[in-house]
Write a protein that binds this ligand. Structure first.
Ligand SMILES: O=C(O)CCC(=O)C(=O)O
Length: 269
């Protein structure tokens, strides 16, 4: 596919991001979405939040979030499948990689929300990698992608991370005070980081900080939800091949070996 340089493939175009992601555990693609697109997604998110609140759904007062937003509005499908993510994760994972989970988060304090027992997400130091025998899996297992709908600044609870911590194998202490950097950028910025990097949201402020946070991993990793049943087979089969792949429609195990003996039914490798 041609890109801005005209003489390179998109694959080459994002090579430096892939290298940076592996070395530093994080890479940033500024200005990918326009201000208008971000504004429109922020409005959709606010509408969804208001609707779910009105239907009695409880939200954490310091970071309301909505899982699988494409379930409520199909426009969110478009954000899951974008060229930088496809190219970069296609290199650092492999081209059959999938979506594990996605949610919109507004890390903002809402003092007037009704009481809720929702404990929130990402409020303390953690990783989104996996642990076996108390030891974290190696770097490169899975990746978080942030799409900023608002500018992320020092004044609206930017994500914090500990540089190079994707190369460690221990767990962060949830409430420790680690030397860290913050993830700031303009609305429309895409940030990709290794799920093993130690990270957390900054303490919430009264200011909005809407964004989409998605976890992607290799085709053999379980999703948080059964997307085909969530959407229905007809809807799933009507999506683009790339979205179907991301939503595990080409990597669901067969019912038995009379059906087939392999898991992947359509490979993008
Ligand atoms: O909202 C943030 O800045 C961090 C979110 C997070 O760490 C998570 O969802 O796991």
């Amino acid at each position: 596919m041609a890109n801005a340089l005209g003489n390179e493939t998109a694959t080459d175009f994002y090579q430096s991001n892939a290298t940076e992601l592996q070395q530093d555990g994080i890479t940033i693609i500024p200005d990918y979405y326009t201000y208008e697109q971000c504004h429109s997604y922020k409005q959709l998110s606010e509408k969804l939040f208001a609707e779910r609140l009105a239907s009695g759904r409880g939200f954490n007062h310091d970071c309301p979030y909505i899982n699988s937003p494409f379930r409520h509005n199909e426009k969110f499908f478009d954000l899951l499948d974008n060229e930088p993510v496809e190219q970069i994760l296609g290199k650092v994972l492999d081209p059959d990689f999938v979506l594990i989970n996605t949610n919109i988060i507004n890390r903002r304090s809402y003092k007037d929300l009704p009481p809720s027992d929702n404990t929130g997400i990402g409020m303390n130091w953690h990783t989104d990698s996996r642990y076996l025998g108390g030891k974290r899996m190696q770097a490169g297992l899975s990746f978080i992608v942030i799409i900023m709908f608002d500018d992320f600044t020092a004044h609206n609870a930017p994500t914090m991370y500990v540089p190079k911590s994707h190369l460690r194998y221990d767990r962060p202490e949830r409430h420790a005070d680690y030397p860290h950097k913050t993830v700031t950028g303009k609305a429309g910025t895409i940030v990709i980081y290794d799920s093993g990097i130690w990270h957390r949201g900054s303490p919430s402020t009264p200011n909005d900080r809407w964004g989409l946070f998605s976890l992607y991993g290799p085709w053999f990793m379980k999703p948080y939800y059964r997307f085909t049943e969530m959407l229905g087979e007809d809807k799933m089969n009507s999506l683009s091949p790339r979205l179907q792949r991301l939503l595990h429609n080409y990597s669901t195990p067969p019912i038995n070996d009379d059906d087939r003996e392999y898991t992947i039914t359509k490979s993008f490798s």
